[in-house]
Design a protein around this ligand. Structure first.
Ligand SMILES: NC(=O)c1ccc[n+]([C@@H]2O[C@H](COP(=O)([O-])OP(=O)(O)OC[C@H]3O[C@@H](n4cnc5c(N)ncnc54)[C@H](OP(=O)(O)O)[C@@H]3O)[C@@H](O)[C@H]2O)c1
Length: 346
């Protein structure tokens, strides 16, 4: 019993990156940069078109609000139209004339992803920034409409398909960016290509699947950047993580004991969703950001603070894994990145 409790606590702490609290050797800020990048650094975005997935809540909502504040045509891509309309009303209460619209997108449904991409392309002929933010965390084993394990299916495969379906527009828009929102939890993730999706739930743990999906976000980012470079595209791929921020994300957790523990911890350590959105915002709009960069908070153990370039694990830079994940993702979703095909070095 004691062992089980210790194991459970460790899993949860690892789940949100808190495991570093007990790892004092790594207890240093990730960057020596003294700058404090804030929303005041966001340039004018008039004329830009930006999609934010999962924009009705948390990090996505805060990021979308700042894009809109700076004049970008901002699309709240959300699975629940009711929630999206409430978020829109809240946003417009603060920014009455904000150029914001809601479009339906369920990343757990490849059909929905295709419908969204078609609807978007029918309306817009440019896409400056695609923020792949939506996510679920540590849910019980389950499958998406297409039979994918839910966390990988939503957090990675949904966004992989979305990005591929919008690639024409991204490549046609000068200086376009794709921003993938990962997590400190990518550190506990590992790829297993023989059983990528914990078939039938065997060996599944909510944390292992979440960590894998967040590692996949980074493998995808770095591979996309390599492929952009290989074709000389005027587009970059960046990534971000929000540290540990107060959002609705933990509400997905099935284990209410873990959830209660986290809520208790939350009072002491979580930063606001607005602060958590800063790495995403910087990855999306900082003119100095480079493709392949990963932004996170500059505070102790990247739990909170102002956004700087941070490091991800060696596993996230494994090019063989990135290529294999890419190929599998193309097969599973049926979305082929033909414009970038054959560009990755073998
Ligand atoms: N908060 C943190 O401390 C933290 C730490 C590390 C990483 N992150 C990452 O930050 C991102 C944003 O999470 P958050 O913390 O802002 O959590 P959140 O408040 O729960 O927001 C998540 C958003 O994703 C949406 N979503 C979930 N499943 C979806 C689907 N199938 N299709 C479309 N949208 C879907 C949610 O929609 P509904 O409202 O309909 O559920 C919600 O809008 C995630 O990628 C998460 O992994 C967060």
């Amino acid at each position: 019993m004691k062992k089980k409790i210790i194991g459970g606590v460790t899993a949860v702490l690892a789940g949100i990156g808190l495991y570093k609290l007990v790892n004092r050797q790594q207890d240093v800020a990730p960057s020596s940069a003294q700058e404090k990048w804030t929303v005041a650094d966001i340039p004018d975005l008039a004329g830009k078109v930006i999609i934010v997935t999962g924009a009705n809540s948390g990090i996505g909502y805060e990021a979308a609000k700042e894009f809109a504040r700076k004049g970008a045509q901002t699309i709240l891509a959300c699975r629940s139209l009711d929630k999206a309309q409430s978020a829109l009303a809240e946003l417009q209460a603060e920014l009455p004339n904000a150029p914001v619209e809601v479009m339906q997108l369920d990343l757990a449904s490849q059909a929905s992803v295709r419908r969204f991409a078609e609807a978007f392309k029918a309306k817009y002929d440019q896409l400056d920034i695609l923020v792949n933010n939506a996510g679920i965390m540590m849910v019980p084993y389950g499958r998406t409409e297409d039979g994918f394990e839910r966390q990988l299916g939503t957090n990675h495969l949904g966004h992989f398909a979305l990005t591929g379906l919008l690639l024409d527009l991204l490549l046609a828009t000068p200086g376009a960016r794709v921003v993938n929102v990962s997590s400190g939890a990518h550190r506990s993730g590992s790829m297993d290509f023989d059983d990528l999706m914990f078939e039938n739930g065997a060996g599944y743990t909510p944390m292992a699947a979440y960590g894998r999906s967040k590692l996949a976000n980074l493998l995808f980012t770095y591979e996309l950047q390599r492929r952009f470079e290989a074709v000389g595209a005027d587009a970059i791929a960046t990534a971000a993580h929000p540290g540990i921020s107060q959002t609705n994300l933990m509400g997905h957790m099935s284990n209410r004991w873990y959830y209660s523990l986290l809520m208790l911890a939350a009072r002491f350590i979580l930063q606001s969703a607005a602060m958590g959105a800063l790495p995403t915002l910087r990855a999306a709009v900082d003119p100095a950001a480079k493709g392949g960069q990963y932004f996170g908070p500059d505070g102790r153990n990247e739990r909170g603070g102002y956004p700087v370039v941070v490091e991800s694990t060696a596993a996230s830079y494994n090019q063989a894994d990135a290529r294999q994940l890419w190929q599998l993702s193309e097969q599973l979703t049926g979305v082929a990145y033909t414009q970038l095909a054959g560009t990755a070095k073998g």
